[in-house]
Design a protein around this ligand. Structure first.
Ligand code: UN1
Length: 509
């Protein structure tokens, strides 16, 4: 396979994959073009839904919820188990489509579908563990308990960079929790969304009596997203994307007292201490900073390196950056695929210019393959040595840029880690127990994810995923994230003959 994909072939390849996945007919007719970042070509056209259609979809989803909430949770888990089984059967095709539409290298495309399968397994088990509590009551002959009930329709707004997995974290939990889901995917990745919708329909057909509208895909632009965000029949909005998007969605959902689960920007750092295992650190940094072409919300964007090992580490990173192969993400040797589009490239170049103006030294960052593929945006990942944590460093740029900073004392490194508006993921590379534990302690990293001797990206689904500050505070996937998709009721039952009041209050009539 050549270093860059050949134009002219991808649209038919995409059609074949879509046909095998069960996507065709009206799903592939409409005004909106679906493009591939591999070549910039149009792969297919898809429908566009306006606010009215979204409104009808929400009405159907609400009706589906009213039926689905009465299905016992373990039975709801069976639907998710079947969905996981269907995903296993189409893993290779769906992964290939993720690569074609989002530009991920093959193993990351497969990893994304695996993440969907993992959350289905997790949610299936969870369907028998939506536990409440029994709570000690102060009143004699009383029992107090906490129970969990379905909420209603969950609106999921997802981003291009994890075009299928992020929906599945939300949807798999929502379905076992007894909720319905309306999904508005990124306008940049409608084909993978259509494919997932088709796979889900097959699972639903095997299950038998899934209410129509339990899972609905709405393809559209801002209007469609806003219709979802503003509808009071959607008690939960789970939105993944930029901090700017979250700033608009959060208050609108709050205005109607809805619940927002926000997964927004990350500006993830790793601290490299004098005792770090540098072989392991270089590999971890390479994956976290260059993997997915720097387009994960968890991508490593800031490297905070101790003075004593700075030169040695930066030299090794420059070698790694120089040797990494950029190009066709389907080729086995490629580690860095294309950026999603020209706008992403423009934003990256602006950030690099700003870094240079602030005294940064940039290695890499240039566009490659432009002559053969003027509509695709492949870049060499950029390593940027910075004299200080400037405004540019403190902003999230969704591209493969790694800013490198120096530190002297560990406390200073922790301060730099925390002194940005975002709070998603973070790491420390050290073999010193004190540094590791301090980083994980209350005075250490302020992020939702804090790791030792692994990079900030590539989390498993078993833990709760999300972060603080401008990252939005939401938690998805594992641990007890399911609680965000249910409502809690506190129940007090009096099985005695008297009516003792709490707090010793007397009220005799
Ligand atoms: C995202 O980039 O929106 O931890 C999600 C990770 C992946 C999920 C990233 N499991 O990098």
């Amino acid at each position: 396979m050549s270093r860059f994909p050949e134009p002219g072939i991808l649209p038919s390849e995409a059609r074949e994959i879509l046909t095998r996945l069960g996507v065709g007919g009206d799903a592939l007719r409409g005004p909106r073009a679906a493009c591939s970042p591999l070549t910039g070509e149009v792969l297919a056209h898809v429908p566009e839904m306006g606010a009215g259609e979204v409104e009808r979809a929400i009405a159907r989803a609400h009706a589906a919820y009213l039926a689905w909430r009465t299905v016992p949770a373990p039975r709801r888990g069976e639907l998710v188990r079947l969905f996981g089984a269907e995903l296993r059967a189409v893993k290779a095709d769906l992964a290939a489509l993720v690569t074609l539409e989002a530009g991920k290298i093959a193993s990351e495309g497969a990893g994304e579908v695996q993440e969907m399968i993992d959350i289905c397994d997790f949610a299936t088990g969870l369907s028998r563990q939506l536990h409440g509590l029994t709570i000690a009551t102060e009143r004699p002959d009383h029992r107090m308990m906490e129970t969990w009930h379905p909420m209603g329709v969950v609106g999921v707004i997802s981003a291009f960079n994890f075009p299928v997995a992020v929906w599945s974290w939300n949807a798999a939990l929502a379905f076992v929790c007894g909720d319905a889901v309306v999904w508005k995917p990124s306008e940049k990745t409608p084909l993978t969304a259509l494919a997932v919708d088709a796979v889900f329909r097959r699972a639903a057909a095997r299950f038998g009596d899934v209410p129509e509208g339990l899972s609905t895909l709405v393809l559209g632009g801002r209007d469609a997203g806003e219709a979802l965000v503003d509808d009071a029949r959607v008690p939960i909005i789970s939105a993944t994307g930029s901090t700017a998007m979250g700033r608009s969605v959060g208050p609108r959902v709050a205005e109607r007292f809805g619940r927002a689960i926000l997964e927004l920007g990350g500006n993830n750092a790793a601290i490299v201490c004098p005792s770090a295992d540098l072989d392991l650190t270089v590999r971890a940094v390479a994956f976290a900073a260059m993997g997915t072409a720097g387009q994960r919300c968890t991508s490593l964007r800031r490297l905070i390196v101790h003075d004593g090992i700075y030169d040695a580490l930066v030299a090794r990173l420059k070698t790694a950056y120089g040797s990494v192969s950029v190009g066709d993400p389907r080729a086995a040797a490629t580690l860095v695929g294309p950026l999603i589009d020209g706008a992403a490239f423009g934003t990256m170049q602006l950030a690099l210019d700003a870094a240079r103006a602030a005294g940064g030294t940039v290695t890499g960052g240039e566009r490659v393959g432009e002559a053969a593929l003027p509509g695709a945006f492949y870049v060499r990942p950029a390593l940027v040595e910075m004299p200080a944590q400037t405004d540019t460093v403190a902003a999230e740029t969704f591209a493969p840029i790694l800013y490198v900073l120096r530190y002297g004392a560990f406390a200073e490194a922790v301060r730099l880690n925390n002194e940005v508006p975002q709070g998603l993921a973070s790491s420390v590379f050290t073999t010193d127990l004190r540094e590791a534990e301090l980083f994980l302690s209350v005075t250490g990293s302020d992020c939702g994810i804090a790791n030792v001797n692994i990079g900030p990206s590539g989390a498993e689904i078993g833990g709760a995923f999300g972060g603080e500050k401008e990252t939005g505070g939401g938690r998805e996937a594992g641990s007890d994230s399911w609680k965000a998709y249910m409502r809690r009721a506190t129940n007090t039952i009096n099985y005695g003959m008297k009516l003792p009041l709490a707090q010793g209050v007397t009220f005799e009539v």
